[in-house]
Design a protein around this ligand. Structure first.
Ligand SMILES: Nc1ncnc2c1ncn2[C@@H]1O[C@H](COP(=O)(O)OP(=O)(O)O)[C@@H](O)[C@H]1O
Ligand SMILES: [Mg+2]
Length: 392
């Protein structure tokens, strides 16, 4: 449905090594929701604005529904108002002097394809119905909650029955409680209408919750893509593993490997891990272990536990998080079962689950942390741009 090839965007006057969008290819199948996920400054918004036609690329091509929207090398460029898209931005630009329905009607009553008032109102009411706000149609916009205002933006984006919906961090200005509700509402509307959607976010939980497919970006490039559940269960790249919050990372050496598994020697013992691409025996890897894959126990009947000391515990209601020092390493463990009653200074065994930890060959480019930090510095320059984001 959406097809992007070799998309490249350079902003003038920038001195960084990579382009804001650095030659990316992506496909969004008809009716699917694909998320662009990555740290601030990685090029998500620029990619979305290029698809929308709010920016012109330096290179590459974009087609929507089989029609070429832009290709600088062929001199093709379809303007934003002629693309079959609806866009929602982070700042829910709702006009305060209008009611809900007037806000939604506004784009239908302006521009070249201006509709008569009754027709515009009928279409706007349909869109409000879709987002569950029909009963609020005649309320002044400021009398609606943030979540309702963002749903008005969504209704407005849907009024022209676009083929494609583009959403740039649509939840990030909402309070935590509301965010989940509006997120679910967006996903429900998207699935009900079967509308092809690109959703931009920096929040991995949000991405997993709404997506058919997740595309992980860093520094203007695609790091990795896959079904949400695959990206979660088995990230293939170190950057993704860190970005998905797999907080334990231990250096190790491969002692044997077959197709999708490898035995890894770690400082504290040997562990059977997921490993793609059959790493060479003797090669160095980083092993990523989810906190919930480190089980704590006072005894160690299996003999596979790593001996450590509890540094502290945090209670979250449905689980406990423990920080346990094993040798020089501080490990994080999450226990969902009842509290095993551990306190600061208690000796404990950390028993790692077999075949869920992920071994990833060390990358020569420096750690993902350094790269993420770099991206954050760069992102500081986008504040002015972000402030200038309007809404269609
Ligand atoms: N209008 C602009 N002028 C110059 N640089 C920009 C502009 N917009 C974005 N950038 C830069 O392009 C890169 C990607 O930005 P952006 O697409 O906004 O990232 P994200 O949405 O992932 O945070 C960043 O390094 C940012 O500083
Ligand atoms: Mg952005």
């Amino acid at each position: 449905m959406i097809e992007v090839r070799g998309l490249t965007k350079r902003y003038p006057g920038r001195t960084v090594l990579r382009n804001a969008v650095d030659g990316i290819d992506l496909d969004v199948p008809e009716g699917k929701l694909v998320t662009l996920l990555g740290p601030s400054g990685c090029g998500k918004t620029t990619t979305l604005r290029l698809i929308a036609g709010l920016e012109k690329p330096d290179d590459g091509r974009i087609s929507i529904g089989g029609t070429l929207m832009c290709a600088p090398s062929e001199g093709v460029y379809v303007g934003v108002h002629h693309r079959p898209i609806g866009v929602v931005f982070q700042s829910y630009a709702v006009w305060p002097h209008m009611t809900a329905v007037q806000n939604v009607m506004f784009p239908l009553r302006s521009g070249q394809k201006k509709l008569p008032k009754p027709e515009a109102r009928r279409r706007a009411m349909e869109a409000l119905e879709m987002v569950g706000l029909a009963e609020y149609a005649d309320r002044p916009a400021p009398a609606l909650s943030g979540g309702q205002q963002q749903r008005i933006s969504l209704a407005r984006a849907l009024t022209r029955e676009p083929e494609v919906l583009l959403l740039d961090e649509p939840l990030s200005n909402l309070d935590a409680g509301l965010r989940d509700r509006v997120r679910d509402e967006i996903r429900a509307v998207q699935q009900r209408l079967g509308i092809t959607t690109v959703f931009v976010t920096h929040d991995q939980d949000e991405a997993l919750a709404v997506s058919d497919e997740v595309i992980v970006m860093d520094h203007g490039r695609i790091v990795e893509r896959g079904l949400a559940q695959d990206i979660y269960a088995w990230p293939r790249e170190e950057f993704t593993a860190r970005f998905m919050g797999i907080s334990n990372s231990l250096p190790g050496t491969v002692t044997s490997a077959d197709r999708d598994m490898a035995e890894i020697d770690l400082a504290h013992g040997r562990l059977r891990c997921l490993a793609s691409g059959t790493p060479a025996v003797g090669s160095r890897v980083n092993v990523f272990i989810r906190p919930e894959s480190l089980v704590l126990s006072r005894k160690d009947p299996s003999g596979r536990g790593w001996k450590g000391t509890v540094e502290f515990s945090i209670y979250h209601g449905d689980c406990w998080d423990y920080h346990v020092r094993v040798g020089d390493t501080l490990l994080r463990s999450r226990m969902y079962r009842e509290k095993i009653g551990l306190a600061h200074g208690d000796p404990v065994f950390v028993v790692p689950e077999q075949e869920t930890a992920i071994a990833i060959t060390e990358t020569p480019e420096g750690t993902a942390d350094e790269r993420t930090a770099g991206a954050t510095v760069l992102a500081a320059t986008t504040a002015a741009d972000a402030a200038g984001q309007g809404e269609l």
